[in-house]
Design a protein around this ligand. Structure first.
Ligand code: ATP
Ligand code: MN
Length: 463
């Protein structure tokens, strides 16, 4: 008999014979009858299997422990007590895979820390099932949004010879024998004979290549793995994460902010439309204000304020007695506590912060007429802080070169990028959204390690 997925079974009409396969969530039995809740991952909801003790041996029923994999055939009947409309009255039960008492997901209510140590098995729990289904749905939302808005999905390389932001937080890629490195007189490693003939790393951003796409195709987006070797053990940073980076020709700052806001709202709306059961579960088990927060984000317009205005608000708060761990004078990079103060305590809605001091932003951002601020447009979210980092890009070769020289940057590996400004330069803008930061917001999970199947963080590359 053909297998029916549980998500389809739960809305099917009673009376038919069915075959269902899945893993045992719970099993309780009395003298006459056993109730087995099966889940196959297609939905957060289980199907209840009813097994009469008269029909099945004790020996078989004992094997249907939590985590065991079963194939059940029987009749789909109306249910009185299972909390679902239907249940399966079993006529045959096959144990496809036994599961011993040493199964690490045996007990309910294990801590997330414990589950991270068994990340390969945590996917079978209700919470991680819900999070992974939402993760899939958010990926679909992103592709759908951009496709419908005329963006092209553009693939940028993961291996790169350029260091996008000039930061030294990249993972090196080499085929060199690390036990026997050739060095020059100054003690620098010679890369001539390495695989690519020069030093290469895993990308920290696809933006620079994305700009080449946008200045040819008009509007593109990337959506792929991104790597940062920053040793920051926070609940918001991964060493390997997924980033979405749209880049648009002929966009100015307002166009950019409109896109940032519209895009995020679309994604959150998509989750509410497509993930109702999983969100209801997370709202009940993880965060009772989740649904309310999701609805409120789509219902309100985001605050748009400049960095300078933001600093004023923070300074007023400090004058009124609010304490922060880190300083926030004009010129300081805002810490997550400052961003969250503005969003959660001051405005009570998402904020798009713009026009940052040039000292704290990347070289490629468009300089304002004041000569001291740049047209960045970061989106700050409740519970997360920065979710999007965006900017208008400097399209003038002269101004861009002036900034590069001011920073003392070496342009040898950047000449191809500068060609965008040499030949047919155009105004353009783009942003980067951390996929897992979006998922933190949409799922209500607290730790970024819990919204990606196999997290990579300092000291952890297991599984
Ligand atoms: P933060 O200040 O939070 O470390 P950033 O300023 O370094 O972030 P950007 O370089 O602007 O981040 O990257 C764009 C987006 O990518 C960020 O807004 C965030 O959503 C996401 N992001 C950045 N670093 C990480 C990371 N280590 N893990 C997960 N997401 C990240
Ligand atoms: Mn940023």
């Amino acid at each position: 008999m053909k297998r029916t997925k549980i998500t389809d079974l739960l809305t099917a009409t009673a009376g038919q014979d069915v075959r269902v396969c899945g893993w045992v969530r719970t099993h309780r039995g009395s003298k006459n009858v056993h109730f087995i809740a099966l889940n196959d991952g297609s939905t957060i909801n289980n199907i209840q299997v009813v097994a009469d003790t008269g029909k099945f041996s004790d020996e078989l029923l004992k094997r249907a422990t939590t985590g065991a994999c079963l194939a059940v055939e029987g009749q789909l009947v109306q249910s009185v007590g299972s909390g679902q409309a239907v249940e399966v009255q079993a006529t045959s039960i096959d144990v496809l895979g036994d599961c011993g008492a040493d199964y690490p997901m045996q007990k309910k209510g294990q801590s997330f820390e414990y589950m991270r140590q068994h990340a390969h098995m945590r996917l079978r729990t209700n919470t991680f099932g819900a999070v992974m289904r939402i993760r899939h749905n958010m990926a679909m939302a992103i592709h759908t949004y951009f496709h419908q808005h005329g963006f092209f999905y553009f693939h940028t390389p993961l291996i790169t010879a350029s260091d996008c932001e000039g930061a030294g937080n990249m993972f090196q890629v080499t085929t060199k024998n690390l036990y026997d490195l050739r060095k020059d007189e100054q003690g620098r490693i010679i890369y001539d004979d390495d695989f690519f003939g020069e030093q290469t790393s895993l990308t920290v951003s696809g933006q620079l290549e994305g700009e080449l796409g946008a200045t040819a195709l008009g509007q593109i987006y990337t959506f792929g793995p991104t790597f940062r070797a920053e040793n920051s053990n926070t609940p918001r940073h991964l060493a390997e994460f997924w980033m979405i980076e749209p880049e648009m020709a002929f966009y100015d700052k307002d166009d950019l902010m409109n896109l940032e806001e519209d895009f995020i709202k679309y994604c959150v709306g998509w989750a509410l439309d497509h993930c109702a059961d999983d969100l209801a579960f997370l709202n009940k088990m993880i965060d009772k204000t989740l649904l309310e927060r999701l609805h409120s984000v789509i219902g309100q317009s985001f605050v748009r304020l400049t960095y300078t205005e933001g600093i004023d608000i923070l300074q007023q708060a400090i004058a009124a007695g609010r304490k922060f761990e880190f300083p926030c004078q004009w010129g300081d990079d805002l810490a997550s506590e400052h961003e969250r103060y503005l969003v959660e305590e001051h405005f009570h809605r998402p904020v798009i912060m713009t026009d940052y001091p040039k000292e704290i932003k990347a070289f490629y951002m468009k300089l304002n007429a004041d000569g001291r601020t740049m047209q960045g447009t970061d989106v700050l979210f409740p519970a997360i802080g920065e979710i999007i980092g965006g900017s208008v890009r400097e399209e003038s070769l002269d101004k861009l070169m002036a900034e590069i020289n001011r920073r003392g940057m070496d342009t040898t590996s950047l000449e191809w990028y500068l060609d965008t400004r040499r030949w047919g330069s155009c105004p353009h803008a783009g942003f980067g959204l951390g996929f897992e930061r979006l998922l933190l917001f949409v799922t209500g999970m607290q730790n970024i390690r819990d919204v990606i199947p196999f997290p990579r963080t300092p000291g952890n590359a297991q599984f």
